[in-house]
Design a protein around this ligand. Sequence first.
Ligand SMILES: Nc1nc2c(c(=O)[nH]1)N[C@H]1C(S)=C(S)[C@@H](COP(=O)(O)O)O[C@H]1N2
Ligand SMILES: [Mo]
Length: 316
Amino acid sequence: MLIKVPKGWEIPEREAAPESCWHNRRELLRAAGFAGIGGLGAPAWMRAATESKSLYPAKRNPEYTLDRPVTEEWAATGYNNYYEFHPTSKEAPRTRVGKFKTSPWKIDVRGHVAKSFSIDLEELLRKVTLEERLYRFRCVEAWSMAVPWTGFPLAEFIKLCDPKPSAKFLRFETVNRPDEMPGMREANWYPWPYFEALRMDEAMNPLTLLVTGIYGKPLPVQNGAPIRIITPWKYGYKSPKSIAKVEFTEKQPETFWHKLQPLEYGLYSNVNPQKPHPRWSQAYEKVIPTMERRPTLMYNGYEQFVAGLYKGDPDR
Ligand SMILES: Nc1nc2c(c(=O)[nH]1)N[C@H]1C(S)=C(S)[C@@H](COP(=O)(O)O)O[C@H]1N2
Ligand SMILES: [Mo]
């Protein structure tokens, strides 16, 4: 079959490549039958791939509904912000993920917890139940999508961590692997690795997910494999990808974009049509891939879930 790789996400739907063309080589190998021999006796990495596959698709949670169609898969997995893979292009990240290893994967838990520990993702996934949720997704750059994420509430992970009462914030850190993430060296002026943070009550909110899948399958690397955060009422940069470390802190942590542009990107960064970015309006958003304009919703449409967190002060 001729593998036609679309130039960008702007191609019309009738020309969109079939889903398989968008998969990276590793996923093609998996699809080509490695899963079939990944039973007992197979190497650990093969078993891991098989096990994680059996978790998808997860049951959809009907509580989270959309007011718009779900974004086509080729667009959501082909138009990405992932600066560690490419610091400017949205189309390049998925073409540069070949070296990135997502298994085995461990998460280090540090800071104000009863006891620091590290947990293997495979082990973590045995302790939780994955579900699928449809969420609106809004980047601070004003584009938006609607995405079926698979994951579990971050609150469940926090309970496993046994935080001390002194833990007031969570700080997340993306994995630090310049050899596997070519954008890190090309854009070496950034304060890598990427780091983000949530206040404890935001992190505990039922909307906040630890995400391991998308479109009923494990996350592709460009969307943050093997595990990322999703906070749908905040701008996209609050949703760090490929998380390797979670730290519970007493003081408010610094965040990647706030450190770079303190006047433009705060800790809270709640979607708010009335609060323009210093360089552009946030009143409207452009829906990927058509770029159709639609009005931005307060808290990205999640006011009923999160307004109580801010007590009338969404600009925090
Ligand atoms: N580690 C890391 N996480 C990241 C980013 C990044 O560059 N590096 N970009 C953020 C931004 S700006 C957005 S809009 C979303 C994009 O997620 P998506 O590519 O799955 O749509 O990821 C966020 N998480
Ligand atoms: Mo973004």
